[in-house]
Design a protein around this ligand. Structure first.
Ligand code: AMP
Length: 362
């Protein structure tokens, strides 16, 4: 399948910038980047504002300490890389200089959720590579590969202005040349939930992520908790295959009304967009119930289901309470759990989740 544009420019020779830029200063600045209309309140209410580091940040990307949005200095040596061979050469050079490489894998059409990953990567690594690749292998035959939104030029601008160093945007033939026949498959944690309704999805994800790991050679890779099953699957893969990569999960960034940001939100009509807010309203309601001492998974799921069922265009795929590490369904929240939801609103599939924590036992 074709991506939006062909690599019309021959990728320039990729050399590592040898200038020792004031990385420390830049890293400090990165932690509070530009942001558009998003709120930290909703994420905070969800209790999922913990970022993989020690500091707590709001989900707006605005530093809690300063409360100010600081402009991010774009990388002076930013480069768009279209070829696997160029990216591999660059990675080799970077590693030989002992640079800490962070990878942020995305399918593009970037929003604040993606940018929050890039900001954290910028804060923690000396080199940030953001990949943009709409991976055909993770779409089923009747899924939205062809209409998946794409905006390579806009993505390039955003990635650069967040201070990332490289954007790796190969086309499909680069990643899957003719006669490609190898897949990476994680079994257990991919079986239920999204894996049940999208049978080849996670196999596509783990295959492309492994390829990206091979090509970019990162020390750390950033993924959003929004795609919770994906994050658990990647962690499992990294453990099982002894991939020497620190997988960092990042909190979900939400619109002002709580809807988790997603490139797919652009598919929603005004009415569907409004109905979609029921997802997070339901998740929060369940969390409040859990906080007030209800630990029964069926009861917690029921409050979400009730809200979702009120929505005219909503078809519920699953609402489930699981162990956050193994994703096994549980009947009662013991300590930590994750409440996950997948629905279809019209033709658009949306997922979301919230962490549940037992604060005190009865
Ligand atoms: P995608 O482009 O949808 O494949 O997403 C690329 C990465 O961004 C994945 O690790 C996602 O989990 C993450 N991501 C997507 N949406 C959000 C969001 N609203 N908040 C935080 N991370 C997100």
């Amino acid at each position: 399948m074709a991506t939006t544009r062909k690599g019309k420019k021959k990728s320039k020779k990729t050399t590592v910038n040898s200038k020792k830029t004031s990385r420390k200063t830049r890293n400090v600045k990165k932690s509070s980047g530009k942001t558009k209309k998003v709120t930290g309140k909703t994420g905070k209410a969800a209790g999922n504002t913990k970022v993989a580091g020690k500091t707590k940040k709001s989900t707006t990307g605005v530093s809690k300490k300063s409360g100010k949005k600081k402009p991010v200095k774009p990388s002076s040596h930013f480069k768009l890389i279209r070829k696997v061979a160029d990216m591999k050469k660059l990675a080799r050079e970077l590693r030989s200089r002992r640079r800490k490489i962070a990878l942020v894998p995305t399918m593009g059409f970037l929003h604040e959720g993606h940018l929050s990953l890039i900001r954290e990567a910028r804060r923690r690594a000396s080199v940030v590579v953001v990949s943009v690749f709409v991976n055909p292998k993770q779409f089923g035959v009747n899924e939205d590969l062809d209409r998946y939104p794409r905006d390579l030029a806009g993505d390039r601008r955003k990635i650069r202005s967040e201070g990332a160093d490289y954007m790796f945007a190969p086309d499909v033939a680069e990643m899957y040349p003719e006669n490609f026949q190898t897949f990476v498959e994680v079994t257990g944690v991919t079986r239920d939930f999204c894996g049940a309704s999208r049978p080849s999805h996670f196999r596509g994800v783990t295959t492309v992520v492994t390829k990206l790991f091979q090509i970019v050679q990162p020390d750390m890779a950033f993924f959003g908790e929004k795609d919770f099953q994906q994050l658990v699957t990647i962690r499992q893969m990294v453990r099982d295959l002894n991939q020497d990569i620190n997988v960092i999960g990042m909190p979900t960034i939400r619109e002002e009304d709580g809807l988790a940001m997603s490139s797919r939100n652009t598919y929603l009509s005004t009415s569907q967009r409004h109905q979609a807010t029921a997802i997070y309203r339901g998740l929060r309601k369940a969390k409040r119930l859990c906080d007030s001492g209800e630990y029964d998974a069926a009861e917690l799921s029921a409050v979400v289901l009730d809200l979702l069922r009120e929505q005219r265009d909503m078809e519920i795929e699953y609402v489930a309470v699981s162990d956050p590490n193994t994703l096994e369904r549980i009947h009662e929240v013991e300590k930590q759990a994750v409440l996950m939801v997948a629905v279809r609103v019209g033709d658009t599939r949306l997922i979301d989740n919230i962490r549940l924590t037992v604060r005190r036992r009865r």
